[in-house]
Design a protein around this ligand. Structure first.
Ligand SMILES: [Zn+2]
Length: 139
């Protein structure tokens, strides 16, 4: 899911957002970056939080966006899943490409010859069939 999150962050980055480069600091003065949540309940919702959030060092957490309505939650999770599926498909396609690349030219030539033979065989069979039918109907 990590690479999907990176993809989603890239796709959903709003460069026009005036708060993108806002100087937000936590209670102990760290400069925070605007992040995006991809959890089921807050998919696509941006926030600032201290790296130490959750420990007893710092409890700074601030949402940039309001609560996400149910319909948007539904749609965002569907689209996120679609991105995940497409990434997986792309990985498989790249793997296949690498596999094909692993064959030597000679092996590929042999495969082509083999498929050419299969085609010729099929043509012969249909020619014979046609001839038989001509014979049948003619005689
Ligand atoms: Zn902090």
């Amino acid at each position: 899911m990590e690479d999907v999150k990176l993809d989603l962050n890239r796709i959903c980055l709003d460069k026009e957002d005036p708060m993108l480069n806002a100087e937000v600091r936590c209670n102990h003065g760290l400069l925070l970056h605007l992040k995006t949540s991809w959890s089921d309940n807050n998919s696509g919702r941006r926030f600032w939080s201290c790296t130490y959030y959750g420990s007893n060092k710092c409890n700074f957490f601030l949402w940039r966006d309001g609560v996400i309505d149910e319909r948007s939650k539904f749609i965002i999770s569907k689209l996120a899943k679609k991105v995940k599926d497409m990434n997986e498909m792309l990985k498989i396609m790249k793997m296949k490409e690498e596999l094909v690349g692993a064959y030597s030219d000679r092996e590929i030539m042999e495969m082509e010859v083999e498929s050419a033979f299969t085609q010729i065989e099929e043509q012969c069979r249909s020619f014979v069939k046609m001839k038989d039918e001509c014979f049948l109907y003619g005689g």
